[in-house]
Design a protein around this ligand. Structure first.
Ligand code: AP5
Ligand code: ZN
Length: 217
């Protein structure tokens, strides 16, 4: 399956993507995680992305599209993938269509996670993520690690993202409304959008998502 996950910052895209990708046996491709890995490795791409991310703005398309395309062309993604955080504006959605067309493949669904703004603010404020490349996600109240500051899955160190400050979150939400939400209409016109509520327990949301994806087949 080829799926795009869309939703505001803090909606739980990364959290759900980890479970959905496992259930569906497809790789989880997060452009945010790819950028963060590049930043921690000190690559040129990471250096270009950093200032935009710290301010909560989108990294320019000429950097983002090439990186996403490279990742999608890896062997593990040939039969499907779950995109998390890409595309993020209509230009990227058009570029993705072009990439898929050149491979003679199509998207199966665009899963839209709906969460009220006050909830995403709470989710982001308590988020802790793992330094490991897989970026395991926790929440200090909703999904606390067994030992404070240590990842349950791999023992890695947990930290708070630089762009999770209150001011940057405000910018990210605004960018989501003005630049990313229009892709929902873009995909609705292609009959691909399935919307679910992302409120409630993580496992309940995963179940809801799996049912919605099954219905969309
Ligand atoms: P990115 O990393 O994609 O961030 P985002 O879209 O803002 O999304 P988040 O990672 O904040 O949230 P999420 O929805 O994954 O939530 P999570 O599962 O962590 O992008 C960061 C930056 O990179 C961008 O601002 C931009 O600069 C750049 N970038 C990335 N892609 C780009 C692109 N395509 N083009 C240009 N620039 C790009 O969950 C949040 C918290 O809630 C966690 O603590 C979790 O434990 C908790 N939680 C999850 N589910 C539940 C639940 N059901 N109940 C209670 N708590 C829950
Ligand atoms: Zn970890």
């Amino acid at each position: 399956m080829r799926i795009v996950l869309v939703g505001p910052p803090g909606a739980g895209k990364g959290t759900q993507a980890a479970y959905l990708a496992k259930n569906l046996s497809i790789p989880h491709i997060s452009t945010g995680d790819l950028f963060r890995a590049n930043i921690s490795q000190g690559t040129d791409l990471g250096k270009r992305a950093r200032a935009f991310m710290d301010e909560g703005r989108l990294v320019p398309d000429e950097v983002t599209i090439g990186m996403a395309k490279d990742r999608m062309s890896q062997p593990d993604a040939l039969n499907g993938f779950l995109l998390d955080g890409f595309p993020r504006n209509v230009g990227q959605a058009e570029a993705l269509d072009e990439i898929l067309r050149s491979e003679s493949v199509e998207l199966d669904a665009v899963l839209d996670l709906e969460v009220p703004e006050d909830e995403v603010v709470k989710r982001i404020a308590g988020r802790r993520i793992c330094r490991n490349e897989s970026a395991h996600v926790f929440h200090e109240t909703y999904n606390p690690p067994k030992a404070e500051g240590v990842c349950d899955t791999c023992g890695g160190e947990l930290y708070q993202r630089d762009d999770d400050s209150e001011e940057t979150v405000r910018t990210r939400l605004e960018v989501y409304h003005t630049q990313t939400e229009p892709i929902i209409d873009y995909y609705r016109a292609q009959g691909l959008v399935v919307t679910i509520s992302a409120l409630g327990k993580v496992t309940d949301v995963t179940e809801r998502a799996m049912e919605a994806l099954k219905r969309s087949e």
